[in-house]
Ligand binder design. Structure first.
Ligand code: HEC
Ligand code: HEC
Ligand code: HEC
Ligand code: HEC
Ligand code: HEC
Length: 190
């Protein structure tokens, strides 16, 4: 590979990042507030009733709904048709009004406009499948989701908006005693 091209490319890349960081500095407070318990979802979807293993909890696998986590960059959010598969029958004992709204979205052909909770900046790249195939559990990065009701904020275990979190884990040795994942800039920024 051409070394000058590489160095030139890296310099302009860092300049571009500096620009990004500057722009983010202006809007950062709003984004943090959004992640700090203020999230209001269009349907009050309780994770524990679906993914928990307690009495009267459905004990569903995370990847039943987040179907692409092991083969794609995104974990994926299930379409309304997969909710409707159960909820045209299951009415909901405590909150039937929320369940009825699933039917309204389904019938109108609209997708449910879920508010995104976990997000890193566009200049960084996070591939779910590499992490799932390396044997990591969802809970290591998102907390004990199967015990949570409606998600209104990020779990404190998530450090994704802080590059040190990613790099610290990548530096950990694997069973052979070598660093378990790359810390090259270009692996996460491109
Ligand atoms: C019945 C389907 C279903 C199951 C099972 C399920 N989820 Fe979800 N999950 C959803 C839906 C719908 C959303 C979007 C609404 C929300 O954020 O609560 C979501 C949101 C999330 C988010 C936040 C995504 C974002 O916006 O950034 C995470 C993280 C998550 N789920 C992890 C898990 C984990 C871990 C499990 C297993 C313990 C799990 N989910 C099981 C349907 C499901
Ligand atoms: C495999 C079947 C299944 C799927 C798929 C499923 N659910 Fe559920 N859901 C249940 C069961 C079972 C309950 C518990 C019902 C109860 O306790 O009355 C429930 C409960 C709920 C509740 C709370 C109802 C209450 O009365 O407290 C909401 C809201 C809900 N689901 C929304 C969704 C949404 C949105 C999706 C799609 C992302 C979805 N569900 C997918 C089976 C399912
Ligand atoms: C090593 C940490 C890590 C693990 C393990 C992990 N996630 Fe994530 N997850 C993230 C990060 C970081 C983001 C934000 C990615 C972005 O903005 O591009 C995210 C975003 C998400 C989202 C938002 C929307 C999407 O489609 O990506 C969902 C849903 C989600 N994760 C579910 C899961 C589930 C389910 C598992 C387990 C099967 C899991 N995650 C495992 C770190 C992780
Ligand atoms: C393992 C993944 C990973 C590696 C390796 C990595 N970064 Fe990052 N970097 C990130 C993430 C994630 C963010 C934060 C994104 C956000 O704000 O959500 C980030 C943020 C940044 C920022 C913006 C300022 C800041 O701190 O938020 C700069 C500049 C940056 N990285 C440069 C670099 C350089 C230079 C290297 C190589 C020495 C590097 N990164 C290696 C993941 C990585
Ligand atoms: C808890 C540990 C852990 C955390 C946290 C983590 N990673 Fe990783 N990551 C891994 C492991 C292990 C691999 C190696 C998978 C393999 O060998 O295929 C990996 C692989 C990757 C790869 C593919 C590397 C390659 O060589 O192609 C990227 C890109 C990546 N991670 C980005 C991120 C970013 C961005 C973050 C933070 C938002 C992050 N990771 C947080 C453990 C982690």
């Amino acid at each position: 590979m051409n070394r000058n091209w590489l160095i030139g490319g890296l310099a302009s890349f860092l300049l571009a990042l500096a620009g990004v960081a500057f722009v983010q500095g202006g809007g950062g407070e709003g984004a943090a507030a959004e992640a700090g318990g203020d999230i209001v979802q269009p349907i009050q979807f309780p994770h524990n009733l679906h993914a928990g293993s307690g009495p009267e909890q459905a004990n569903m696998d995370c990847m039943f709904c987040h179907f692409s986590a092991e083969r794609s960059v995104d974990a994926g959010i299930p379409p309304v048709s997969s909710c409707w598969g159960c909820h045209q029958v299951v009415q909901g004992r405590n909150n039937p009004a929320e369940v009825a709204r699933i039917g309204e979205y389904y019938q109108s052909g609209e997708s449910i406009p879920w508010v995104r909770i976990y997000k890193i900046a566009d200049h960084a790249h996070f591939p779910h499948m590499r992490h799932i195939n390396a044997g990591l559990q969802c809970q290591e990065c998102h907390g004990e989701v199967q015990e949570m009701g409606v998600l209104t904020e990020r779990s404190p275990v998530w450090g994704g908006a802080n590059m040190g979190w990613c790099v610290d884990c990548h530096r950990q040795p694997d069973e052979q005693g070598v660093q378990q994942a790359s810390t090259d800039c270009a692996v996460c920024h491109y």
